[in-house]
Design a protein around this ligand. Structure first.
Ligand code: SAM
Ligand code: SF4
Ligand code: F3S
Length: 480
């Protein structure tokens, strides 16, 4: 496995948490094995992290990873269902992969992830686009499913679990840099935001044993990694109650998120700790104090607001209102004065009025996010909103409002970045810059990307960088 790891390179890992197509293209030097698999991931970081679990399960079955789709015996798409556009992207991809299959009849196509969970056997039985369908909690059954499909049977497992965390599976790291890694600390989501399909595709929330998380972090650090990102749909509700006690909400919480953060931060001061995503209703002052206390816990919080309007937040079933959110932002600015902040916003949710939209824009002005992921509302079948509220904001209005949100964010990003000119930041070098091989890029604690000439530094080093100029998305500077 370690041997495999050394050869695996993730060519194109988009940093965005929820790009419509987070496409992991892999470059791998293949081994002399009989079977090859190829995997692409779409959606959020959780999916990316799951692909690493899947790679591990298949490597143990003697499958080798390949970047060459033509060479592969098994093509896997790890899919996202969060918006209709995400599903359309996968459908188009499946159609072109099926054309490929006509030239290589023995090849199998598997669909993993949230779209597999949502559509279950539909793509297999009705549309015959795939051979294998596996939901996010059923990856351990992949070897049996592959065998069933090889035997000509329908291979589907979309059972959701109340316990599965894959805690004992050591992921094959697909990220090429060997410096930063994702670690899933929990799975599922118990919130019921009315617009969101995730509780249906990922099942009930469950937290992973903190000992297994810390062991994974120690192992990564030993192997040269310098940054871990703890992942969950709602990390602030992380609650370890003991083995098999996820469902027993009466049981005492032995480790909460603030305590887990401390445990991970203490692994080594040279290891940076990030986390995503925080839910405004759950983020406690204890978490903020833990961030403030440890230099190696990054001063950056992704705190999706979704809407700045209390009435819209109520329809969204976010369980906080505008005042609550502002209170949390004020607490962040008080306890961690240099904290970077980002958000998710949905334009044109059911019944959204012009005044509610203006509330979102004014919230952005209040918080002054460094950046945001911005979407217009896409109705998802089966969700609370789809059942309860008509999707009644016209598409042209949704798009206009989204554009106003994007324009506002662009303006804020530039203004915030300008304030960084002249400042010196500690940067962890992650990779060679996309634009020039003479430059490196990395992030500061606040999660801003900084590009600078390489000097004598190397990937994985911490360097101090003086910011000299900016663009909307990047700081530009030199090592000092
Ligand atoms: N758990 C995270 C939270 O609560 O902030 C978010 C996870 S969700 C996978 C990522 C983002 O997708 C959400 O924050 C939301 O902005 C967006 N999203 C979810 N459902 C959507 C929908 N039906 N239409 C448009 N955007 C949606
Ligand atoms: Fe979806 Fe809400 Fe759960 Fe986030 S917290 S995954 S938006 S239901
Ligand atoms: Fe992530 Fe998309 Fe599923 S955002 S949790 S892969 S629906």
């Amino acid at each position: 496995m370690d041997e495999l790891l050394d050869y695996v390179k993730n060519k194109q890992h988009d940093e965005s948490r929820q790009g419509e197509a987070l496409n992991i293209e892999l470059e791998a030097t293949e081994f002399k094995n009989d079977k090859y698999f190829y995997i692409e991931s779409y959606g959020c970081q959780m999916n990316f992290s799951d692909s690493e679990i899947v790679a591990s399960i298949l490597a143990n079955q003697g499958y080798s990873l390949t970047a060459d789709i033509f060479k592969s015996d098994l093509i896997l798409l790890n899919t996202c269902a969060v918006r209709d556009k995400a599903e359309q992207t996968v459908r188009k991809r499946l159609q072109s992969i099926n054309e490929l299959k006509e030239q290589k009849p023995g090849m199998m196509i598997g669909m993993l992830g949230c779209m597999a969970e949502r559509l279950k056997s539909k793509l297999l039985e009705e549309e015959k686009l795939v051979d294998i369908v596996v939901g996010p909690d059923a990856y351990r059954s992949l070897p049996e499913l592959i065998a069933e499909a090889e035997g000509g049977q329908k291979a589907v497992n979309v059972l959701l679990s109340r316990e599965e965390t894959y805690a004992d599976i050591s992921p094959v790291r697909l990220d090429k840099n060997g410096v930063t890694a994702f670690i899933s600390i929990m799975r599922g989501c118990d919130n019921m935001c009315s617009f969101c399909v995730v509780p249906f595709t990922r099942g009930r929330e469950r937290s992973r044993d903190p000992e297994s998380i810390v062991a994974e972090v120690k192992d990564l650090f030993k192997r040269g990694y310098k940054e871990v990102t703890l992942l969950g749909q709602n990390v602030d509700s992380y609650a370890w109650r003991g083995e098999g006690k996820n469902d027993d909400k009466e049981a005492e919480v032995l480790v909460n998120f603030a305590q887990l953060l401390e445990k991970v931060a203490l692994v080594n001061p040279e290891l940076r700790v990030r986390f995503s995503t925080s839910h405004p209703k759950d983020i406690t002052d204890d978490v903020l104090y833990a961030i403030a206390k440890y230099e190696n816990i990054c001063k950056y919080i992704h705190l999706p607001v979704q809407s700045g309007s209390s009435s819209c937040l109520k329809r969204m079933n976010r369980t906080y209102d505008r005042d609550w959110y502002i209170n949390r932002v004020d607490a962040i600015k008080r306890i961690i004065p240099d904290c970077g902040l980002s958000s998710d916003m949905i334009a044109g949710f059911c019944g959204e009025t012009e005044a509610e939209h203006q509330d979102t824009l004014s919230m952005m002005d209040y918080v002054r996010y460094d950046y945001s992921y911005m979407f217009y509302y896409s109705e998802r079948p089966g969700t609370l909103a789809a059942r309860k509220y008509p999707d009644d904001v016209e598409e042209s209005v949704k798009k206009r409002r989204l554009q106003e949100i994007i324009d506002k964010q662009n303006q804020l990003s530039v203004e915030n970045n300008r304030k960084d000119i002249g400042k010196i930041y500690k940067v962890l070098i992650e990779k060679t810059s996309k634009k020039s091989t003479e430059d490196f890029s990395g992030r500061n604690s606040q999660n801003k990307m900084i590009v600078f000439p390489r000097g004598n530094a190397k990937i994985g080093d911490y360097v101090n960088v003086l910011v000299e100029s900016i663009t909307q998305g990047t700081l530009i500077g030199k090592i000092v």
